[in-house]
Unconditional design. Structure first.
Length: 98
């Protein structure tokens, strides 16, 4: 697969992840999955562009590390919200409650 087609597919995937994020924002889990898809598509795009311009993949490694941290933090927040409220509806989140 050529670099151009891989970059084009990852741009399409990133756009689809943003569309899914904007359309399916009812549950926290769907938001987290959309953000993870966007992160993975950015990783693929950065990695394919890094191979194109003979650049080392340190930035790609940093991005995938931050993506894994984001996923684990999001799941921890999801578990704590389900334990506290019993659901994962975004509309039930309130910063006024203690």
């Amino acid at each position: 697969m050529s670099t151009f087609s891989l970059t084009l597919i990852s741009m399409l995937g990133f756009t689809m992840a943003l569309i899914a994020l904007s359309l399916q924002h009812k549950h926290l889990l769907s938001i987290l999955l959309s953000l993870e898809a966007a992160t993975m598509n950015l990783f693929i795009m950065l990695f394919s562009m890094a191979n194109n311009i003979s650049f080392n993949g340190e930035m790609s490694l940093i991005l995938i590390t931050l993506g894994a941290c984001e996923a684990s933090l999001g799941l921890a927040i999801l578990v704590s919200m389900i334990r506290a409220q019993g659901n994962d509806y975004v509309s039930s989140f309130s910063s006024q409650k203690c």
